[in-house]
Design a protein around this ligand. Structure first.
Ligand SMILES: Cc1cc2nc3c(=O)[nH]c(=O)nc-3n(C[C@H](O)[C@H](O)[C@H](O)COP(=O)(O)OP(=O)(O)OC[C@H]3O[C@@H](n4cnc5c(N)ncnc54)[C@H](O)[C@@H]3O)c2cc1C
Ligand code: SF4
Length: 499
């Protein structure tokens, strides 16, 4: 433990954010990089707990107390070595992870938690600037070939790990760019795309092959890959959006949030909008919020990303509606520490301006004579006991202006497309939600085919996708070689010291 009294002396202070008045005029990252001294002070707040709940809260099993201590001791290279043992891409999680580790940090019981995510981002950015992030080219190749379908965080993490184990890895991606939702979902103001490209460049130098515009199942049959490769990993994500049906839902001006968000990422990269994020020819169906009354249907993170993007487009008004009641401002008693807290979350996008409404039912999309959306009819949801039963009632129905409705109501399952049918034909099964199933070793009912990430667990988080990719890679290595040296999730500080 670095400084026994650090948590008593130093307050939790996060990295500075660019002023709202400045940042709403561009798509550059909002959060700035902390100074070395400030991050070392934050790391000194860690109590090096006997039972570090943070470690358990992290889906990757990041060895948090150890890298906190190394940062405090100004041993940044060692901190990077510790962090990169469990996390292939701290530059992603350090920017956009909701940080379940911080929710379970012991200091959080009666003080603000250790700023773990900030420390993680500072370590990896220092590692890049110091030249410590160098391509790992295996000295010996195993002679095994692996195809990874999908280049989101799950596919990328698996590819990095499998390459490390000496296998030759080819990553197939249907879009024109590598990165999955990191590239075409998450807005640039949260994750600049140069951060994704920087990592992909390292991976290319490590010997991983990337093939874009390769829609497996359509442009190339799955069977070609199962014949040519020793194993195949399916990491195709879960991006089929949930629609909110109501009267008038054929009006022009209603779009899934993902189309809106991915278009903006393409505009920023000066890429044509003709083809959507799925690689489908989409036409130049420009979805732009400038001067419009935007209503975002869905109160979660994707909805919040639409708020930030609509503010940058200079929408006339932005309203975000949510069917659930407003959560408590502080941690709800039903989710005590160290659980993930149920509480009101206010993102940087919300800080930029939006009207948020809770317990709202969408009753109708109102269109004009030309079939264009011009308003929504919404009502307040109230619950009442009637004859011993709780019943839902909608009151106070009203019309609100809306000429752009963005549906951010979650995702149903992985795409049920040609690839899905071909997977089923070779024995891969799907669950009741429509995602692909695999055993606890990520192996499907076809022994050559493994599944990881959102395609298996449903729409989730980047940190979980990385964790799944790493675990799947470990099990694929075991399947191919009969043994594996790849780190598992349960690596402990003792394993690290033994290395
Ligand atoms: C708008 C939005 C914002 C988000 N923000 C956050 C956030 O701030 N923090 C966070 O932790 N999580 C966030 N998430 C969730 C997170 O992005 C996902 O959980 C994560 O990206 C899943 O990773 P994955 O690798 O499983 O799949 P994806 O990232 O979805 O990648 C799957 C890839 O497979 C490709 N593919 C699919 N089918 C084929 C095929 N047949 N052939 C070839 N390629 C194919 C797709 O084109 C895609 O590139 C967000 C999600 C969305 C939609
Ligand atoms: S739980 Fe918090 S205080 Fe304890 S070791 Fe982890 S980061 Fe440090």
């Amino acid at each position: 433990m670095g400084k026994p009294t650090g948590f008593l002396e130093i307050d939790r202070i996060l990295a500075p954010k660019r002023a709202v008045s400045e940042r709403v005029n561009d798509y550059k990252e909002i959060e700035q990089i902390n100074t070395t001294a400030d991050t070392e002070a934050q790391a000194s707040r860690c109590m090096d707990c006997g039972t570090p709940f943070c470690h358990n809260g992290c889906p990757l099993g990041n060895i948090i107390p150890e890298f906190n201590d190394a940062v405090y001791e100004q041993n940044w290279k060692y901190a990077y070595d510790i962090l990169s043992t469990t996390n292939n891409f701290p530059e992603f999680t350090g920017r956009i992870c909701p940080a379940p580790c911080e929710s379970s940090c012991v200091l959080g019981i009666n003080k603000p938690a250790v700023a773990i995510e900030l420390i993680e981002k500072s370590i990896i950015e220092k590692a890049y600037s110091e030249g410590w992030v160098i391509p790992f080219v295996p000295k010996i190749r195993s002679g095994k070939k692996i195809a990874v379908i999908g280049s989101g965080p799950a596919g990328l993490a698996a590819a990095a790990q499998l390459n490390k184990a000496g296998h030759l890895v080819s990553v197939y991606e249907r879009a024109d760019q590598i990165g999955g939702l990191l590239r075409y979902g998450i807005p640039d103001f949260k994750l600049d795309k140069s951060v994704v490209s920087r990592r992909v460049d390292v991976m290319k130098k490590e010997g991983i092959t990337f093939i874009t515009n390769a829609n497996i199942g359509t442009s190339e049959k799955l069977a070609n890959l199962t014949n040519d490769f020793d194993a195949v990993l399916i990491a195709t994500g879960s991006t089929v959006p949930r629609f909110i049906p109501a009267k008038g839902d054929d009006a022009k001006g209603i779009y899934p949030a993902m189309e809106f968000l991915s278009q903006q990422n393409k505009r920023n990269a000066a890429i044509s909008l003709e083809v959507n994020h799925k690689g489908e020819v989409y036409g130049n169906n420009d979805i732009y919020a400038k001067g419009k009354h935007v209503v975002i249907i869905g109160g979660g993170d994707t909805g919040s990303d639409c708020v930030g993007t609509s503010n940058r487009h200079k929408a006339a008004s932005i309203t975000q509606i949510e069917v659930m009641p407003k959560p408590p401002v502080d941690r709800a008693s039903t989710t005590p520490w160290p659980n993930w807290p149920s509480m009101l979350r206010t993102s940087t996008s919300h800080d930029e301006g939006v009207e948020r409404l809770w317990s709202i039912a969408l009753q109708e999309y109102v269109k004009n004579d030309k079939g264009e959306l011009e308003a929504l009819i919404i009502g307040d949801i109230v619950y009442q006991m009637k004859e011993g039963k709780m019943e839902q009632e909608i009151i106070n129905s009203r019309k609100i202006p809306c000429d752009l409705a963005l549906i951010a109501a979650g995702f149903l399952h992985t795409d049920h497309n040609d690839l899905f049918e071909q997977l089923k034909a070779v024995g891969v099964k799907s669950d009741e939600r429509g995602n692909l199933t695999a055993s606890s070793t990520y192996q499907s009912d076809n022994e050559k085919v493994f599944i990881a990430g959102d395609a298996r667990r449903g729409q989730s988080l980047v940190v979980w996708a990385i964790s799944e990719g790493r675990e799947a890679a470990r099990n694929m290595d075991l399947y191919l070689m009969g043994k594996t040296n790849l780190e598992g999730k349960s690596i402990s500080s003792f394993d690290l010291m033994a290395k």
